[in-house]
Design a protein around this ligand. Structure first.
Ligand code: PLP
Length: 398
């Protein structure tokens, strides 16, 4: 049987493995999974019951753009965050992941260039990679992408899309500064390129205050802003959204309709009921408190057990701690040695060219604090051992 060339040429992004449950005795820092103990299960159950009890419409086809009352509720939440949005300009998707896929489908021809942060979210590389673009990787600094390199890449031509996670970037946890947000938008305007602002972690800030979104600063409709219920409610709902210029949203609605007709009517109605009867922001506050504690446990655990030559991020929000090992230490080799006890995502998975080997992404949200401590001990032991072998005894911690 002849398969499409893009399938033959494609690599498995390994997303299935990332989201798998940990094995027995193994602590997983790999997938960006929320803490299941914090799912508002009872409240969501009530939402589903209400949605099913009130009308048979919850079991019927409804609309590709999404359940209108939910779109209205989302528009109100976006406006409260400063993002210009109306019921009509919000498209509901199957998680943020589908929004990434639809946006790729909208703008990418094979060989078109896409600017991505390096490292970046591997699911974005997978979704956009389907459309066979050329990825242009821009390094991420503490205040976001290197704008000089973004400008130089745009000047070479052929760029159709800039993909960025400006708030608590996956995986580095960095936040793009206001100055860089403004520079990025000026460049998008100059070269008339679409910016995909992927913001699933924006509400999960543990200290400080949020900057305006790119979409809020966007004066001339170059930004599509994507969000999700996965990290703030539950990923099993598979509900996300995208908002932007109406004519682009209308095109995306058409593409979604062609692809899967629409998202689950029942789930959308259940979440709409949840939002009508519960305070999602109060729930998010609980998440913030818990995840802030877990983040601190991980960061301090690692700081205590690793030498200063290992760079350990201290993110102000999001799901991930990012480690940079001294050059020459391969995180895949460390993973092979520790993976019966602790897993993480090695940096190779997070770059289109898979060429950076000394980084590690550690998700702190899913394991409990005792497991985080145990995982950090195992991981630090593995890193210190690799450093003794590669760099000599003096550089590792005993
Ligand atoms: C940056 C980013 N974008 C999108 C997604 C996909 O989210 P969803 O579950 O809403 O499809 C994730 C999930 O980890 C993510 O980290």
């Amino acid at each position: 049987m002849q398969l499409a060339e893009r399938i033959i040429n494609s690599k498995d992004a390994g997303l299935g493995n990332l989201l798998a449950a940990p094995k027995q005795n193994q602590v997983s820092f790999a997938g960006g999974l929320p803490d299941p103990d914090l799912f508002p299960q009872r409240e969501l159950n009530a939402g589903f019951n209400r949605a099913l009890a009130s009308t048979t419409a919850a079991l019927q086809y409804s609309s590709a753009a999404g359940y209108q009352p939910l779109r209205k509720q989302l528009a109100a939440r976006l406006v409260a965050d400063g993002v210009p949005a109306s019921t009509e300009s919000v498209l509901i998707t199957q998680g943020a992941q589908q929004a990434l896929d639809l946006i790729g489908r909208l703008v990418l021809d094979p060989g078109a260039r896409v600017i991505v942060e390096g490292p970046t979210y591997p699911g974005a590389l997978a979704a956009l990679g389907t459309y066979e673009p050329e990825f242009c990787t821009i390094p991420v600094h503490d205040d976001g992408m290197d704008m000089a390199q973004v400008a130089a890449t745009l000047a070479r031509g052929g760029v159709r899309l800039i993909y960025t996670v400006p708030d608590f970037q996956n995986p580095t946890g960095t936040v793009m500064s206001l100055a860089k947000r403004q520079q990025l938008l000026a460049l998008a305007r100059k070269y008339d390129v679409l910016v995909l602002e992927d913001a699933p972690y924006r509400a999960l800030r543990y200290r400080g205050t949020n900057l305006p979104t790119l979409r809020q600063l966007d004066q001339d409709d170059h930004v599509l802003h994507v969000g999700s219920f996965s990290k703030i409610l539950a990923p099993g709902l598979r509900l996300g959204w995208v908002t932007g210029a109406q004519h682009i949203i209308d095109q995306l609605v058409q593409l979604k309709s062609n692809s899967d007709l629409e998202s689950s009517t029942l789930t959308q109605r259940a979440v709409s009921e949840y939002l009508a009867h519960n305070d999602l922001d109060a729930h998010i506050k609980v998440l913030r408190r818990n995840y802030a504690r877990k983040c601190k446990t991980m960061v301090t655990g690692l700081q205590r057990q690793l030498p200063a030559s290992v760079h350990i991020s201290d993110p102000a929000g999001g799901f991930f701690v990012w480690l940079e090992l001294p050059a020459g230490i391969n995180s895949e080799t460390v993973l092979a040695q520790v993976q019966d006890r602790v897993t993480f995502v090695p940096s190779t998975t997070l770059y289109p060219d898979q060429n950076v080997k000394n980084g590690m992404r550690l998700a702190f949200t899913n394991p409990d604090e005792a497991a985080i401590r145990r995982g950090c001990r195992e991981l630090a032991a593995g890193i210190n051992k690799a450093m003794r072998v590669t760099c000599g005894a003096a550089t590792a911690m005993a």
